[in-house]
Design a binder for this molecule. Sequence first.
Ligand code: NIG
Ligand code: FE
Length: 384
Amino acid sequence: MLVRDGKIVGAGTRRDVERRPEAKRAEKFDVGGRVILPGFVDSHTHLIHAASRAEEYELKIQGASYEEIARNGGGILNSVKKLRAATREALKKRAVAALGEFAAHGTTTIEAKSGYGLDVASELKILTLHRVLNQEQPVEIISTFLGAHVVPLEYRGKPGGAEMYLALLIDKLLPEVAVRDLAEYCDVFCDRGAFTVSQSKRLLTRAKEHGLRLRLHAEQLSHTGATRLAVELLAASCDHLEQVNDADIRALAKSDTVATLLPGCDFHLGLKAYAPARKLIDAGAIVGLATDYNPGTSPTVSMPMVLSLACNQMRMTPAEAICAATINAAYSLGRHASIGSLEPGKQADLSVWEVEDYREIPYHFGMNLCWMTMKRGAIVWMKD
Ligand code: NIG
Ligand code: FE
């Protein structure tokens, strides 16, 4: 690899790279025969949250389902309560620690969603933190507005409450987010217990008019038709997809919408329902992989673990999984021209692995074999 001013100038065999005129004056850094990959692009995270939900984890182990816990006041509303009570400094400190861990696991870019605020001030607090964190530390953050995560408590139990909250999102929050350029994407949790397909369509259509691109939480807990909506609205990404049917798969295959799979959720929730990755790939859909880092369904920042789950549980090959976690994820974020592969002209965002063969990255599970991470040509993490 030949890197200059944060960009890749050459990539290939040592002979080919050293033959280039710029190589003469370049400082040499020997990675000792280790494997170099593009930095992971984690295209689905809920970065900003106040605390873990370890208490719910124990309930889940004892047999309570994710939806039962949510109906009893736990779940996303539990995290909303904690976030609203947290100071900006505390949220920032927790996020900075997580971002360090992302880098330590080979991730150089993440998408981050709001959605644990669910009122004007708290949602704006999260989205402004995305911006500040993007400027203050090396892991690149692409911001997504997920005001439509669930209906907040203060709007529940009154007639038309969900509609009133939707009106707040459409008439107040969305225009503010757009004017202040606080998010590049708009997402909706379109599922049983969250928002319906028709509510999602109204919000996403308005988001598009404001210039935001779209992503969607779809077919995770139940089949709703959210995938067809994502394809119809030309969404950049349609995520989860545990419950997709054959018609959805055909629609995704014909579209440019990335099918982003999140096997960490199925693992953590103890579900046997992994998304049909093989069917999606064989049909010709663009498959992405992400951690879905969040306190309720996937408390991990580890893309290597996601690769292991993708290969073992969803029968993706190691090469397919790595493509899904790099270039396909970059495509879903509209960044495929600048990141996601090791090609001249792209940002020098890369990860170096303590393995002899790239297949050893998913093969070992629950281990972090990342040796070094580089962002725009600067070493941002190194194993000691
Ligand atoms: O992607 N499904 C909705 N949102 C998250 C879970 C959020 C939570 O439980 O806190 C997800 O799985
Ligand atoms: Fe999510």
